[in-house]
Design a protein around this ligand. Structure first.
Ligand SMILES: *Cc1c(COP(=O)(O)O)cnc(C)c1O
Length: 374
């Protein structure tokens, strides 16, 4: 029997949002305009009135955040060795050097105990990732940043809707970047947001976002820097507004499903599960570590076997220093043993709000069957 594939992620766009998209498409104004402004305003209200600017991706938001913070050639930025590669690429793109720090095996978040040793006189910022939506310890992070005089750029691509001690990620701290890619907890198809600390930095962000260009009241333009082009369209913004209205429900459903995985897999000795002590976790992904060497199978074979049973599996992520390009730059992934292990053993099981409870049970059954056959 062939079941339809259960994907590892699936966006959930409701009919109200689809109708709102149609209205914008028919309106005669489809690029950045009043809906993008309303999306920024709504995000800002969520984030306690902080400055928020939306753009085409989290990658753009991270790069602009670094530029706004004045980070460039001769500077170093501390980045977790386990993340999506954009976390390190953006540091190189502004001309600075990523300095990797290993992650913690249980949380998959940057190991804050190893930050002190990574700081040099050239270090300008720490760029932690709230992995899978589990917040980094922000008390300790900002204490470290303050002690060393560093900026913080939170890569919160996984963490829209996550909370640190009851406060939404983005509502406190320094520069915070969100992603609205379709696989993330909420989507604008492609999109991102940057939360900033001051009106001056928000103005600088606007320049980097749109050609370095600013119009005065008379409509005359002036250019202040060689900005890029990453403004968000109104079509994308109305999708974002529709998703924001449902964000709490998405997170609640994700948490329920993640806890069901943890319950069903509780007695399971086959690998490493994420921690369940997770107040504030938004569960963007549910990752499991499997000892493929011991199982005598490759991850590719595992993914194919799961797919053959109708279960989609993702990989988040390989350790960044293990990629060919980073090896050529002289990085050695063996210096980050936990990131290296997670990078080799991690798989992401299906998790999205419209999944049924029974889907979790089915995924776990197929998982036991595929792994147990070995
Ligand atoms: C998805 C992701 C990004 C990039 O997000 P885009 O919106 O696709 O640019 C950056 N960092 C992490 C950790 C991510 O997971």
């Amino acid at each position: 029997m062939n079941r339809p594939l259960l994907p590892f992620a699936k966006p959930d766009i409701d009919e109200t949002t689809i109708a709102a998209v149609s209205d914008v498409l028919r309106s005669g104004w489809i690029t950045t305009g009043k809906h993008a402004a309303r999306f920024e305003q709504t995000l800002s209200e969520m984030m306690g009135g902080r400055q928020v600017r939306v753009m085409t991706s989290a990658t753009a938001a991270l790069e602009i955040a670094l530029a706004v913070a004045g980070i460039g050639p001769g500077h170093e930025v501390i980045v977790p060795a386990l993340s999506f590669v954009a976390s390190a690429n953006v540091v190189l793109r502004v001309g600075a050097r990523p300095v990797f720090v290993d992650v913690d095996l249980a949380t998959r978040n940057i190991d804050l105990d190893q930050i002190d040793a990574a700081v040099t006189p050239r270090t300008k910022a720490i760029m932690p990732v709230h992995f899978a939506g589990l917040p980094v310890d922000l008390d300790r992070l900002y204490e470290l940043a303050e002690r060393h005089g560093l900026r913080v750029v939170e890569d919160a691509a996984h963490a829209i809707g996550s909370r640190w001690r009851d406060t939404l990620i983005g509502a406190l701290g320094d520069l915070v970047c969100f992603s609205f890619h379709p696989n993330k907890t909420m989507t604008t198809i492609e999109g991102g947001a940057l939360v900033l600390s001051s009106a001056d930095e928000a103005a600088a962000c606007e320049l980097h976002r749109f050609h370095g260009l600013k119009r005065d009241a008379e409509g005359e333009s002036e250019v202040y820097l060689a900005g890029g082009k990453s403004n968000l369209s109104d079509v994308a913004a109305v999708i974002g507004l529709g998703q924001l209205a449902r964000l709490d429900g998405f997170v609640e459903r994700r948490r329920h499903l993640a806890h069901r995985y943890l319950d069903v897999l509780a007695d399971w000795k086959g690998g490493v599960l994420p921690p369940r002590g997770d107040d504030g976790h938004s569960w963007h992904i549910f990752t499991v570590l499997l000892p493929f060497d011991r199982l005598g199978m490759t991850r590719g074979e595992f993914i194919r076997a799961m797919r053959a049973q109708g279960v989609g599996v993702g990989v988040h992520y390989s350790a960044i220093p293990s990629f060919e390009f980073y090896r050529r730059l002289g990085y050695d992934a063996r210096a980050y043993p936990q990131a290296l292990r997670i990078g080799r053993e991690t798989v992401s099981l299906p998790l999205f709000p419209s999944m049924a409870d029974g889907d979790v049970d089915r995924v776990c059954g197929v998982l036991r069957q595929v792994v147990g056959r070995r």
